[in-house]
Design a protein around this ligand. Structure first.
Ligand code: DAH
Length: 337
């Protein structure tokens, strides 16, 4: 009978199939629109009426069986194809032409060094958003609209009220809104300003530090900075405060360190002064505490913001800030550990 012939022909052919491509062709040959089994189904009209039900049932049974076999064979071929590829495409990972290993970027090295030091003094390390609101970047930090202090930082605005943060100080406000004193935190991260030359880059890195508690003084700030300076630049490094202005601190100071290059005698790095300016700091302005819901009669604190590139430039004698971002291997390799 025709059904049995088709069945045995199909079984011989599927057994010979070696590839998924051949299997697909076979499927078209038997089950496709003009396939053999389809033709058989169409021939049902030529069969005597009483035989039709049993004929139809047989053809359907064969179709189900074929479909099942196609599925099984397809799985088997896929599995053996995978085995073959694993065999043939094997990569010998012991054979390496990669002779140089990657290393941490100098800015990352400084960030890690300062964060480790601060954690050892009980500071928590937090990170804030790089896209910031005008409120946290300015208003909460006592820099209202139209305040001349906005000109200290050339800002990239996204909308009137959203911007790329110009400093890591917004984390001060974000944290104080959520957490009651005592607070000891540092926030490292990228900051953005529309500025570019040998000592300014549109993107650079800062670490913000904030302490809020009872009876904090400028001496606590100075002691902490002396400790950090001695770790970064050697234990004879001295710290000097000069009066300055930041809207979020009162009083505010600019902090200088004795020049690590000449030890304070005067050289080209420190322009003959023996001192290098490294960061801004001060006692947290009571307005900022109050803006964040902290009682300024009970609590006070200090804050500072360090530019990481600036520290790396002094520490490693790097003359141009743009070197950090050019990804020149000859530059980066010198810091490999
Ligand atoms: N946010 C300042 C800047 O980017 C740096 C700074 C100054 C941070 C004084 C402070 C601070 O926390 O107290 O220029």
């Amino acid at each position: 009978m025709r059904i049995d012939e088709i069945k045995s022909a199909f079984e011989t052919e599927i057994a010979k199939c070696q590839t998924l491509q051949e299997l697909q062709e076979l499927k078209v040959k038997y089950l496709g629109k003009s396939g053999e089994l389809t033709a058989l189904l169409k021939s049902i009209k030529d069969i005597p009426a009483e035989e039709r039900p049993s004929f139809g049932a047989k053809v359907n049974a064969l179709r189900n069986e074929m479909e099942q076999q196609f599925a099984e064979k397809s799985e088997a071929l896929k599995a053996s194809d995978m085995q073959r590829r694993l065999r043939e495409e094997k990569v010998d990972v012991s054979l390496t032409s990669c002779k140089s290993l990657g290393a941490l970027h100098p800015v990352t090295l400084i960030e890690n060094e300062i964060c480790e030091l601060m954690t050892s003094m009980g500071f928590e390390v937090l990170r804030g958003p790089e896209i910031e609101t005008d409120y946290y970047n300015f208003k909460a930090l006592n820099i209202p609209d139209d305040h001349p202090a906005r000109d200290m930082q050339d800002t990239f605005y996204i909308t009137d009220s959203i911007l790329l943060r110009t400093h890591t100080s917004p984390m001060q406000a974000r944290l104080m809104e959520k957490k009651k004193p005592p607070i000891k935190m540092v926030c490292p991260g990228k900051v953005f300003r529309s500025d570019s030359d040998a000592s300014h880059s549109p993107v650079f890195h800062q670490i913000e530090a904030l302490v809020v508690d009872k009876n904090i003084t400028l001496c606590d700030l100075k002691g902490t900075l002396e400790y950090i300076a001695s770790h970064l630049f050697g234990k004879d490094t001295k710290v000097r405060f000069r009066p300055s202005f930041f809207p979020f601190t009162e009083p505010s100071v600019e902090v200088d360190l004795t020049c690590s290059n000449c030890g304070g005698k005067g050289c080209s790095l420190c322009k003959g002064t023996g001192w290098i300016e490294v960061l801004g700091a001060g006692m947290v302005n009571p307005f900022v505490l109050e803006n964040c819901g902290i009682d300024s009669k009970k609590y006070n604190g200090y804050a500072f913001g360090i530019g990481l590139e600036r520290i790396a430039m002094i520490k490693y004698g790097i003359p141009d800030i743009r070197l950090f971002y050019e990804n020149d291997q000859r530059f980066l390799k010198q810091f490999g550990k």
